[in-house]
Design a protein around this ligand. Structure first.
Ligand code: SF4
Length: 86
């Protein structure tokens, strides 16, 4: 069973150290491209949608940003404060 960062909010928005991650579940197609760059952060739920794992806080921020950029449908948004990074 996957340990989620926020049980009530599996796809965000969730705060991971200095950044906020949001996955648009309506846009996510379960392509899994986000998982190899940041496998402590992203996995898929039973519906094939990306979710944020509890271990995300151990992931390098650069990996999370790479993962968001790897998404073929731009489903992952990353913010640092008010700054939209991805
Ligand atoms: S790469 Fe994008 S579409 Fe694929 S699982 Fe991750 S968020 Fe969803």
């Amino acid at each position: 069973m996957t340990q989620l960062l926020e049980e009530a909010n599996p796809s965000g928005p969730v705060q991971v150290n200095d950044i906020e991650i949001t996955i648009d579940r309506d846009v996510c197609i379960g392509a899994s491209a986000c998982i190899p760059p940041a496998d402590k952060t992203f996995t898929l739920d039973d519906e094939g949608k990306a979710i944020v794992q509890a271990t995300a806080s151990e992931e390098d921020e650069a990996n999370i940003i790479d993962a968001a950029r790897a998404c073929p449908v731009q489903a992952i948004k990353v913010k640092r404060g008010e700054e939209q990074i991805v």
